[in-house]
Ligand binder design. Sequence first.
Ligand SMILES: Cc1ncc(COP(=O)(O)O)c(C=O)c1O
Length: 420
Amino acid sequence: MPVSTPAPARIPDALAGLDVLRRQDPEIAEVVLGETARQADCLQLIAAENFTSPAVLAALGSPLANKYAEGYPGARHHGGCELVDAAERIAIDRATALFGADHANVQPHSGSSAVLAAYAALLRPGDTVLAMGLAFGGHLTHGSPANFSGRWFTFVPYGVDAESGLLDYEHILRLAREHRPKAVVCGSISYPRHPDYAVFREIADEVGAYLIADAAHPMGLIAGGAAPSPVPHADVVCATTHKVLRGPRGGMILCGSHLAERIDRAVFPFTQGGAQMHTIAAKAVAFGEAATARFAGYAHQVVANARVLAEGLEAEGFAVTTGGTDTHLITADPAPLGVDGRTARGRLAAAGMVLDTCALPYGDGRGIRLGTAAVTTQGMGPAEMARIAVLFGTALGTGSDDIHRVREEVRDLARRFPPY
Ligand SMILES: Cc1ncc(COP(=O)(O)O)c(C=O)c1O
C-alpha cells in the first residue's frame, strides 16, 4: 500500500514560494504540499530520482516560463529573447566545460526526446541499430515495440552474460559483424557497472557504425568524476539532467563539432518546437552546481553509499545482480526471501521505502531496482545505508506489525535528513 502524507502546516523556508499557492489554490496546494511532505517522510530510493536544489527550483518557477523562444541563441523566431539567449548560452558553455564536449544542445525536453533527436540526426527509418535488449535493462527508446524506436528502426538486442550479469563484448561484436548496424547504442536503465566505452567504440568502428551513448543514469557521476565519461568515445551522448545530476527534469545532447549542426536541427525544428527557457536556466544552475568540488564529493559518496547498501542487501539474503555496483544503482532479486519484485516493492512502500521493480536478466519474474542519489543528497552516509539494508530485510521477512515498526523507524530516519 503506497504511503500518502497530508500537507504539512509549515512550509520549509527553501520552498517559501509555495505560500502563494496555498493562499490562492488550496486544492492544488494540498497535492503539491502533500507530495513535498511524502518526499521528506519516506526514503526515496528510486534510482532515477533526486532532490534538486532550491536554486534549481527557483529558476524552474521563474517568469522565464512565460517566454517563447523557438530556435537557438541569436537566431530565434520570436522577439525579446536577448535575456533567455544569455541563459541558454550559459547552459551550453557550462555543459561543454563540465563534460569536455565540443558541443551541447540543452533543449531536449526529456531523455527520450534527446534519444529521438540523436536517431533523427544520424539514422533513416528502417536502419538497423544494436542496443541493449529491454529484458536486460535497455530503455524504451532502445527498440521497444511500444515506442517510436521499435516502430521506425530495426533493433538488434544484445544482453549480458548469463553467469556474471556483465556485458559480453565478444557477443556484441559478433552481433555487430552479423547485422552491420548503422548505430550502436550503449547505456541502460539498470546496469550497475560502467560500460567500457572504448570497447564499444572499437566495435562500432569495425562495422562503420555511429556510437550513441545513452548516459541518462550515470551523467551526474560523470560530472563529479565518479564514473568514466563516454564523451571521448561516442559520436553522440544523450542524457537526462535529472537523476544523479540533480537538475530539472529534462534532456541534453553532447557531440563533436562535426555533428553539431545535424544535432541542433534534429532537436529544433525536426522533433521539438519552442525551447523551455525556465528549464534551460535551471539546467544551467545545475551544471554550475555540478562543477563544484562539493558536487564531486557528493558523486563519490553516492557510489560509496550504493556499495554499502548492496553489501547489506546481500547479507540480508537478496541476490544482488553482478554481486554489487560501481554506480548509484543496484538491482537485486528478492526471491531468496520468499517474495517476488512486485510484492517486495509493495511491502517496502508500505514501510516508507520507495523503489522500482525491474526486469531480471535470465531470472524468473521481476527484481527490484534502487539507487542512492536522493538519500545521499539528504546527507545520509554508510551507517544509514547499512541500516536501510537491515530495514529491507525486516520489512520483507515479517508480518504487518513489524512493517508498522519499520515505517516508524523510516520516518524518524528520513526526518533526521530533511531534503529542504
Ligand atoms: C537510459 C535512459 N534513456 C532514456 C531515458 C528517458 O528519460 P525521460 O524519462 O526523461 O524521457 C531514461 C530514463 O530513465 C534512461 O534511463
